[in-house]
Design a protein around this ligand. Sequence first.
Ligand code: NAI
Length: 344
Amino acid sequence: MVKAVVAGASGGIGQTEIYQDMPRADNGDKQPLSLLLKLSPLVDELALYDVVNTPGVATDLSHISSTAKVSGYLPKDDGGKAAFKDADIIVIPAGIPRKPGMTRDDLFKINAGIVKGLIELAADVAPNAFILVISNPVNSTVPIAAETLKAKGVFNPKKLFGVTTLDIVRAETFVAEIAGKKTGSELTIPVIGGHSGETIVPLFSKASSGITIPDDKYDALVNRVQFGGDEVVKAKDGAGSATLSMAFAGFRFAEKVLKAAKGEKGLVEPSFVYLPGVPGGEEIKEATGLDFFSAPVELGPNGVEKVTNPLTGITDKEKALVDVAIKGLKDNIEKGITFANTPA
Ligand code: NAI
């Protein structure tokens, strides 16, 4: 029996007092991730947790004739504990999204506390769960999650993932457009580093099927992968950031984690992980000087089976991108660690 939890399942923020000064995202379409999980035969029980609207979303989804049993929880009556209890996988897209002109780091002030609270809950009632952090800034919220789990004495680095899959999905899509390839299994492109602007490093030289990016298109393509999220934020014009493509990406990653947990082999996807705690991580830590980095993760029954060092054999242009990413990541990671260890 697999129990999955989505924390932040309702989408559309701003109804509570603490967000009074923030314009409301009101995109209301975070449910696609819950919908995809509800449709998955890999999930037996789906618990939806949010500070608003989960009874409605859960009741709606519960009428779908797929296997998963759905329930919705709110914070009242210890609903968080009931939602998270004994979960096998917890996906966290809770928190505010970006508005035009904002960087992911601008979200730190509000989302850091939300993620910390949810991780504390997970540590207390579901210490063995795979935890997938979507809430931005991922470069900082994952270190917050790690420190919080450490403080609770239940940190298993093999089971904590920052979800960077959308960057890979974007790279695949944008490259396919240029190279005239079909997207999907035909083309996979590792995107490494972090999940914010210049910390996002696409490695076109390591694409699965030989593609060549023309020199005159390289810089623009890198920039589009790094700042593709801004296209969505701008087009939504104040109504938030990527939700539908994020739901697809979040589900793609969650599905791989669940399939690997059931014994399927050969499942690899880059993810932002704690290097000192995962096989293969030390080599990347030595090369980057960082404790967290997104690198191709081979998944297994217990989470991270091993990470592969993506920095060997990369081009000079890619090396230059990695150097810039490392600088940004260092600050983002430190900020998360400091926050997690500062008493409220
Ligand atoms: P949203 O505002 O539509 O939904 C967030 C939900 O979180 C709301 O329903 C809100 O009520 C809920 N929430 C707030 N505090 C909570 C708490 N303490 N416990 C449970 N739920 C809580 O925002 P959206 O568009 O769904 O984005 C969510 C997060 O995902 C943002 O931080 C955004 O930046 C991030 N994101 C990450 C991506 C990635 O690739 N990793 C891609 C797109 C968005």
